[in-house]
Design a protein around this ligand. Sequence first.
Ligand code: GLA
Length: 586
Amino acid sequence: LHVELDGDVERFTAKVGVDDETQGRGSIRFLIYAGGEKRFDSGVMKGTQNAKPVDVELRGVRKLVLLVASGGDGIDFDHANWADAVFQIAGEAPRAVGAPVEEKVVLTPPPGPEPSINGPKVYGCRPGHPFIYRIPATGDRPMTFAAENLASSLELDAATGIISGEAPRERGEYAVTFSARNDRGRAERPFRIVVGDTLALTPPMGWNSWYIHYQRVTDQHMRAAADAMVASGMADFGYAYVNIDDCWMVKPVSADPMHGGEPRDADGAVRPNKKFPDMGALADYIHTHGLKAGLYISPGPLTCAGYVGSYEHEETDARKFAEWGFDFLKYDWCSYGRIAKDRSREELMKPYRQMGDILKRLDRDIILNLCQYGMGNVWEWGGEVGGHCWRTTGDLGLEGGQLSLGIFKVGLFNATLHEHARPGRWNDPDYILIGHVGDARTGGVGRPTTLTPNEQYTHMSMWCLMAAPLIFSGDMERLDDFTLNILCNAEVIEVDQDPLGRQARIIRRTEEELVLAKPMEDGSLAVGLFNLSEVEREVGVAWKDLDVEGPRIVRDLWRQKDLGRFAETYSSRIARHGVVLLRLRE
Ligand code: GLA
C-alpha cells in the first residue's frame, strides 16, 4: 500500500501478524519503507506467533510504503493483518495512492545503418556433420557477406550470410574472418570454428514455444517464430534455435482429434500429432532461414503434459529426430520418476547418459538440454552424461509473488552454481520470460509480462552474467520495441557469449543487494550491480572486492556508454529491482 503524507504526520502505529483464522499456517513478512528507507521489518511471521507492535516516526516523510510479502513459501494462507493501525496527524490525512508505474525506458541504442557483426566468436561442431550458421549482423540491407579462410566443405551465401555444408572432417581449430559490407560501410570479425567433440562452446540462444503456446503449439506457430526471428532482427544478434517444447506428439488420452492418432510409426519411432503434418519439412523451413530447429521429449513413457515419451524407444526416436533434421533436444524427466528405481545419482543419470550416448553416435550435431529441475545436483554430472546445459531449478514461470520474484528465486540460486559452467556445459535457469507470455499455471494465452521494466533489465543482465542459455519464450509475433531492447543489446549479449565461458561469481549478496562479476576473455570484467530491495538505493562495488587493482574505465553496457575512469570504486543509484550492468577495462 503506497501512502502519500504531507510531512506533518507524526507516527504510524499498528500490530501486525498472521490471522488466527489460518490456524497456524501461513508465513508473512511486514515491511515499512518511509521516504525510501526501510523503517520496519517484522521478519518472517508464522500463524502461531503473537502480533508484533509497529511504531514508526514519520515527521518530514512524504512517501510511505506498507508492504506485505510472502515468507518465501508461496502465498497460501498468507492472511495478513495490520491491526489497530493509526496515523497520528497534525495536518492533512494520509492518502493511499497507486504504486508508481515505471516508465518503459529503452536504453539500448538502436543499431546503426553500417554493418556490425554480432554473435559468438567461437563455434563448436563435430567432424563431417551437417553445418548451418547464419552470420548475425545488423545494418542496412542489402548486405554482402564474405568469410575468409572458410573450409572448402562449407559454403557461404553472400547475400544472406548463411553458411551451410559439412563441417571439416579433420579435427582442429579453423580461424575464419567474417566480413559484411553495405553502402554505409564494412565490418570485419574473427570467428573460430572448433571441430571436435564439444558443442555449445557458447550458451545456446533462441526461442522456445512453451510459455506462449503450451499445448496449443502448431507447425504454423513454429514457422511464424522462425520468420519473426529474422524479421524482428533477433537473428542479427545471434538468436538461432527455434524450439518446440512439449505437446507436438500424440496425447494418448486426449479427446481432441488434433492431439490424437497413432503414437508411433511402423518402425516404432514417435509420431507427431495432427498439428505437425511434417516434422522434416518444418525443420527444413527453419534451416532455410539459417536457423536451427529444436524439440522436446521425455525419457519416461509420457511427457509432463501427458504426451508420448521416448521410454524404450530412445534410439529409434533420436534417429528420427536427426533424420528430420533437428539440432536441439530438451529431455524432460517428467514420468521417468515412475521408471527410476530410486533417486540415487546413478538412477538420475541413467536416462540422460543413455540419450547422451545415442546422440554422440548420430551423424548430426544435437544439443542435449537436461530438464530435471536440478535433482541430484545435476550441475555436477550433467556434462559427464553428454548434456550441454541443464535446468537447475523448477519452472521459472511457476515461481512468483512479491519479494519472491521468480527471477530472483531462480536466478539467485543459479548464481551459486558458477563453478560448474564452462564451454559446452551451462547452467540453465529457464527461459527469458518477457514480452507477451502466458501464465504457466493455467497454460493461459499471452499477456504483457508482469515484470516491471527494471525487473526485465535485471532478468536479462543476470542471465547474461550467468552465461545462461538465452532462450526467449514469449510471443514472437508480438514483439514490441521495449522487449526487443531487452533481448537485443549486442554488448549485453556479448557478456553471455564470451568465449572464455565463465559464469559470474557472487561478489556480494545481501537481502538488498547482489553484485556479480564475470571475467571476460579479453581481461575485462562484466559486473552487475543489482538492487533486490523494494525502494531505490545506492549500490556500489570496490575494486578490491573484484580483485582488481588500479583505475578502470567503466562502461554502462545497456546504454553502451563509457562512464569515465574510476580509481577504486563505482556506485550508482539503482531503482527498485533494477540493475546497472558494467564492463571494467584497464
Ligand atoms: C516441465 C518443464 C517445462 C516444460 C513443461 C512441458 O514443466 O520444466 O519447461 O517443458 O514441462 O510440459
